[in-house]
Ligand binder design. Structure first.
Ligand SMILES: Cc1cc2nc3c(=O)[nH]c(=O)nc-3n(C[C@H](O)[C@H](O)[C@H](O)COP(=O)(O)OP(=O)(O)OC[C@H]3O[C@@H](n4cnc5c(N)ncnc54)[C@H](O)[C@@H]3O)c2cc1C
Ligand SMILES: *[C@@H]1O[C@H](CO)[C@@H](O)[C@H](O)[C@H]1NC(C)=O
Ligand SMILES: *[C@@H]1O[C@H](CO)[C@@H](O)[C@H](O)[C@H]1NC(C)=O
Ligand SMILES: *[C@@H]1O[C@H](CO)[C@@H](O)[C@H](O)[C@H]1NC(C)=O
Ligand SMILES: *[C@@H]1O[C@H](CO)[C@@H](O)[C@H](O)[C@H]1NC(C)=O
Ligand SMILES: *[C@@H]1O[C@H](CO)[C@@H](O)[C@H](O)[C@H]1NC(C)=O
Ligand SMILES: *[C@@H]1O[C@H](CO)[C@@H](O)[C@H](O)[C@H]1NC(C)=O
Length: 646
C-alpha cells in the first residue's frame, strides 16, 4: 500500500523552519491530523495518522474513570491553554480562576496577584494524546436534542443530517451496556461502550437520597415515596429514541463512555486494536500508520489548478513541541517531515488547533494571514471565528453535616502516585467494582428556564455530594472538597454567543494562538437570565432538604449579603470546556462558513475538517457523543466516495 515519492516532486517549505530531511516522503490515501480514525483502514484504505501527543491509553490515569480529572491536567497527556473570557480586563480578573505567571515561573490564580505577575487567562485543558480530549474528559456520554441535527440539515439543505439518520450512526458505534440489549435506538455491537454509574451509590447514601428526592419534587412535581420508585425514576434514559426527550424537566443518571470493566472506552482503543491486528501469518491486517509525537505544521497545497488542492501535510517529529505542552522547550526543534495524501487530507486537531492549522496553511481571513506573511491559499473568514462553548455555572453549597454516610468514597485516597495503597483502587483493579469505576457526577437534571428558544429545557445540571466542580485552574484536580459540600454544575444549552475568536500570534506553528471567548457578548442578557433562573431552581431544591443537611451555606455563585448579585456571580465564575464551531459547517461555498455538509473546506479540494470545530452550534450539553457520530458519518461518506471513484 505504501509507496515512496521523491521529495523533489513536492513544493514549498514554510519560512523559518528547517527543510525536510530524509529525501523521501511517504504516500497514503488519507492523511489525518490529530484524530482517531480506524474505520477507513479497516475498509482497506491506507491511512496515516499524525498525532502531536503519544498513546497513553494503557496508563491507569486514562483507564480509571476516577483519575479523569488528574489525567486532564497531566503534563504528558494534556495541553494547557489559557483563554480569555472577557476583553474587559476588570471583569476578566473578577474570576478567582484567573491565572498569572509569577516572576519566578510559578503559576498563581486568585484575586490578589503581585503587581508584576503576567496575566495568562483562564486555564483550559485539552487532551493531547492519541484519542484527544475523549481520553482526558469526564466521559459523560449523551445524545444532544434531535433539533440540533435538524438545524444542520436545514442550514445546509442536506437531509443526511436529519436526526433519524444521525441516530443510525449512533447505533452503529455504540456498545450499550446499560439497557436490556434490545432497546430501539441503541447499538450493542459498536466500538464505544456506554455504561451507567452505580445506582446503589446514590440509594445507599441518605443525604444523597434527600437531595435527589427534593430535585425530583422541585423539577417534576413527583413526591418520591420509596426506594423502588426512585430506582425506577433514575433509570430514565436521555439518549432514548424520542424527538421530544429534552422537553421534560427530569432527574436521571448520567451515562458514561466506560466499558464492562469500568474502564474508559473510546475511539482510541479501536485505533490501537486496528494497529495491532494481525493476520494468521503475522502480517499487519490493516494499512494504518500512526505517527505520534508529530506536530502538524501545515497542509500542503497544489495551487496550479483552478482550485487549490491539498496533497499532503508537513509536520515536526519530536516530543512536547507545542507551546501549550508543559514539556515545551523552545530549543528542541524537532525534525521536519512531509507525508503525501493521494485522496485527501483530513484535519481533526480539535476546536482550538484545527483553525490554527488551517491558518498556518494559508486558509483563513486574508488580512490576518497577510499581516503574518502567510501566503493566502484561500480567503476564508469563518476560520477561527464564531467560536462557541456551553457556559457552565457553578452552584456550590455546604451542608450542616457531612454527606459521607454510605459513601463508597470514604476510604479512598485517589493518590495516583501511590495507587496500590488505596483500597478503592485495589477493589477496582481486582474486581472492577467500586468508586474508581464511577463518573464524577452520578446525577443529572434537565430544567427549562423561561428563556429557552424552543420547547426544550435549556439547562443541564449535574451534581454530587462531597465533591466540587467549578471549572479549571492549575492544580484543580487535586482539590479535596470538604465532605459537607454539594455541587451542581449548570450547563447552559443553546448558548447564544458566537463571538469567540482564535487568532494567530505568529506564523510559528509551535506558538499557541490567542483564544478569546467574549462571553455573553451576544444574547448575553438572555443567557444570564436563564442561568439566574437555574440558580433559583437549585435554591428551591436546597430549601426542600431537611436537617441534618439543612441549612445550607451558599458558596457559589455568590454569597448572600456579599453585595455580589447572582447574575454578577455567574458572570464572574462562568466557564466552559466544550469549545466548538471554529470551522463551522454551513451552505456549500458560503464564505461565512468553513465547511460544507460533507466536511469539505470551502473552495479547496482534497481537504476536510472532521472534529468539534464543524458544529454550527454547540450541540446539547456534551459534545463528545455528537463528535463520535460525525466522525462515523464522515467515514461512511469517504468510503462511499472512494468506492464510487473506482
Ligand atoms: C477536561 C475535559 C472534560 C470534558 N468532559 C466532557 C464530557 O464529560 N462529556 C463530553 O461530551 N465532552 C467532554 N469534554 C469535551 C470533549 O471531550 C471534546 O469536545 C471532544 O473530545 C471533541 O474534541 P475536539 O474535536 O475539539 O478535539 P480533541 O478531542 O481535543 O482532539 C484533538 C487532537 O488533535 C491533536 N492535535 C492538535 N493539534 C495538532 C497538530 N498540530 N498536530 C498533530 N496533532 C494535533 C491533539 O493532540 C488531540 O489529540 C471534555 C473536555 C475536557 C478537556
Ligand atoms: C468592565 O467590567 C466591570 C465589572 O463587571 C464593569 O463594572 C464595567 O462597567 C465594565 N466596563 C465596560 C467598559 O464595560
Ligand atoms: C514563586 O513565588 C511564590 C510566591 O512567593 C511561591 O509561593 C512559589 O513557591 C515560588 N515558586 C518557586 C518555584 O520558587
Ligand atoms: C532545553 O533543551 C536544550 C537543548 O537540548 C537543553 O540544553 C536544555 O537543558 C533544555 N532546557 C530545559 C529547561 O530542560
Ligand atoms: C472503610 O474502611 C473500614 C476499615 O477498614 C471498613 O470497616 C469500612 O467498611 C470501609 N468502608 C467502605 C465504604 O469501604
Ligand atoms: C455497585 O454497588 C454495589 C453495592 O455497594 C456493589 O456490591 C457492586 O459491586 C457495585 N458495582 C460496581 C460495578 O461497582
Ligand atoms: C411547542 O409546544 C407547543 C404545544 O405543544 C406546540 O404547539 C409547538 O409547535 C411546539 N413548538 C416547537 C418549536 O416544537
Amino acid at each position: 500500500m505504501k509507496s515512496v515519492l521523491s521529495l523533489a516532486l513536492l513544493t514549498g517549505v514554510v519560512a523559518g523552519l528547517p527543510s525536510a530531511g530524509g529525501g523521501y516522503t511517504e504516500e497514503y490515501e488519507y492523511v489525518i491530523i490529530g484524530s482517531v480514525s480506524a474505520n477507513l483502514a479497516r475498509d482497506g484504505h491506507s491511512v496515516f495518522l499524525i498525532e502531536a501527543g503519544e498513546d497513553k491509553g494503557d496508563t491507569l490515569l486514562q483507564r480509571a474513570p476516577a483519575y479523569a480529572d488528574t489525567n486532564s491536567e497531566h503534563p504528558d497527556q494534556s495541553w494547557a491553554f489559557f483563554v480569555g473570557h472577557y476583553q474587559n480586563d476588570t471583569q476578566a480578573r473578577r474570576d478567582w480562576k484567573f491565572t498569572y505567571r509569577l516572576n519566578n515561573g510559578s503559576l498563581y490564580y486568585g484575586l490578589d496577584p503581585p503587581d508584576d505577575a503576567e496575566p495568562l487567562g483562564i486555564f483550559y485543558p485539552r487532551g493531547a494524546s492519541v484519542g484527544g480530549s475523549s481520553q482526558a474528559n469526564a466521559m459523560n456520554f449523551i445524545l444532544p436534542p434531535d433539533n440540533n441535527w435538524e438545524y444542520i440539515a436545514e442550514l445546509t439543505g442536506d437531509d443526511s443530517w436529519r436526526a433519524q439518520n444521525m441516530r443510525d450512526y449512533f447505533i452503529q458505534l455504540e456498545r450499550n451496556l446499560y439497557t436490556n440489549g434490545e432497546e430501539p435506538g441503541h447499538g450493542y455491537n459498536g466500538y464505544i461502550s456506554s455504561n451507567m454509574n452505580n445506582i446503589s451509590y446514590v440509594l445507599n447514601r441518605p443525604g444523597f437520597v434527600d437531595m435527589v428526592s427534593s430535585s425530583i419534587q422541585e423539577t417534576e412535581g413527583i413526591k418520591v415515596e420509596s426506594r423502588e420508585q426512585m430506582t425506577e425514576l433514575l433509570q430514565r434514559d436521555l439518549s432514548r429514541i424520542d424527538t421530544n426527550r429534552y422537553e421534560q424537566g427530569v432527574v436521571f443518571r448520567f451515562p458514561l463512555h466506560i466499558n464492562a470493566l469500568r474502564e474508559r472506552s473510546s475511539a482510541r482503543d479501536y485505533v490501537i486494536d486496528t494497529l495491532n491486528s494481525r493476520t494468521s501469518d503475522g502480517t499487519e491486517r490493516y494499512p494504518l500508520t500512526l505517527s505520534t509525537n508529530s506536530l502538524a505544521t501545515r497542509v500542503l497545497f497544489d495551487t496550479t489548478g483552478d482550485r487549490p488542492k491539498a496533497y499532503g501535510v508537513e509536520y515536526l517529529k519530536g516530543e512536547g513541541l507545542y507551546g501549550a505542552d508543559r514539556r515545551y522547550n523552545a530549543s528542541q526543534t524537532g525534525e521536519l517531515k512531509q507525508v503525501t495524501a493521494t485522496r485527501e487530507v483530513i484535519v481533526a486537531g480539535g476546536a482550538f488547533n484545527t483553525p490554527q492549522i488551517l491558518k498556518l496553511s494559508g486558509v483563513g481571513p486574508r488580512e490576518e494571514l497577510e499581516n503574518l506573511d502567510i501566503p493566502v491559499v484561500k480567503d476564508l473568514p469563518a476560520v477561527g471565528n464564531y467560536m462557541q462553548d456551553n457556559y457552565e455555572g457553578p452552584i456550590v453549597v455546604r451542608a450542616a453535616t457531612t454527606f459521607s454516610d454510605g459513601s463508597p468514597y470514604v476510604n479512598c485516597t485517589f493518590d495516583y502516585t501511590n495507587p496500590e495503597t488505596d483500597p478503592c483502587f485495589n477493589e477496582w483493579h481486582d474486581s472492577h467494582t467500586g468508586a474508581y469505576g464511577e463518573g464524577g457526577a452520578p446525577i443529572a437534571m434537565l430544567y427549562r428556564s423561561s428563556h429557552s428558544e424552543n420547547n426544550d429545557t435549556d439547562l443541564f445540571f449535574f451534581g454530587a455530594p462531597g465533591a466540587v466542580f467549578d471549572g479549571h485552574y492549575p492544580g484543580c484536580s487535586q482539590y479535596q472538597a470538604p465532605p459537607e459540600t454539594w455541587f451542581w454544575s449548570m450547563v447552559k444549552m443553546q448558548p447564544g454567543n458566537q463571538a469567540g475568536t482564535i487568532r494567530l500570534r505568529s506564523a510559528n506553528p509551535r506558538d499557541v494562538p490567542e483564544i478569546q471567548f467574549n462571553f455573553f457578548e451576544q444574547d448575553g442578557d438572555r443567557d444570564l437570565a436563564a442561568m439566574v433562573e437555574g440558580v433559583e431552581h437549585a435554591m428551591r431544591i436546597f430549601d426542600g432538604v431537611q436537617a441534618p443537611y439543612a441549612p445550607f451555606e451558599i458558596v457559589e455563585p455568590s454569597v448572600p449579603g456579599s453585595g455580589v448579585s447572582v447574575e454578577q456571580g455567574i458572570r464572574d465564575l462562568a466557564f466552559g470546556h466544550h469549545v466548538t464551531s471554529t470551522c463551522r459547517m454551513g451552505p456549500k461555498d458560503a464564505e461565512d462558513y468553513c465547511v460544507d455538509s460533507e466536511f469539505r473546506v470551502n473552495g479547496i479540494d482534497g481537504l476536510r475538517v472532521v472534529d468539534a470545530s464543524v458544529f454550527p452550534r454547540t450541540p446539547g450539553a456534551f459534545p463528545v457523543a455528537p463528535t463520535f457520530m460525525i466522525s462515523y458519518k464522515a467515514y461512511k461518506l469517504l468510503v462511499a466516495e472512494a468506492a464510487a471513484a473506482k
